[in-house]
Design a protein around this ligand. Sequence first.
Ligand SMILES: [Zn+2]
Length: 119
Amino acid sequence: MFAQAPQLKKQRSLQELRLLIRRCEIISEKVVGQKPTSLRLKPMKSQWGSCNSKGVIAINTKLMYLPERLVAYVVHHEVVHLKIHNHGVNFKQLVEQLFPDRLMLDRQLRLVAPILKQK
Ligand SMILES: [Zn+2]
């Protein structure tokens, strides 16, 4: 998808990202069987999303720049963390229920990681 460190174009507004994340969240919740305490959008410099032990999920506003499938993947990753707080075998299996191509998606996220540092 991305041959090199990309100059990415904005794919959607913050409001559109919010709606997209909500749609993705509902699908992931069905698979995982858990809901976040709250889900926030915020700018982050080193990660696409996070999930803390209180069940609060934060999603990076930089996802405005990424394709829908990668947004859905990041959301699913964090929703799976509501149930499994590590990246072990069980975590990977639950991620793969929606994203069997997770290794390729991980690679794509690493390729676009430089945009995390950009303003
Ligand atoms: Zn994780």
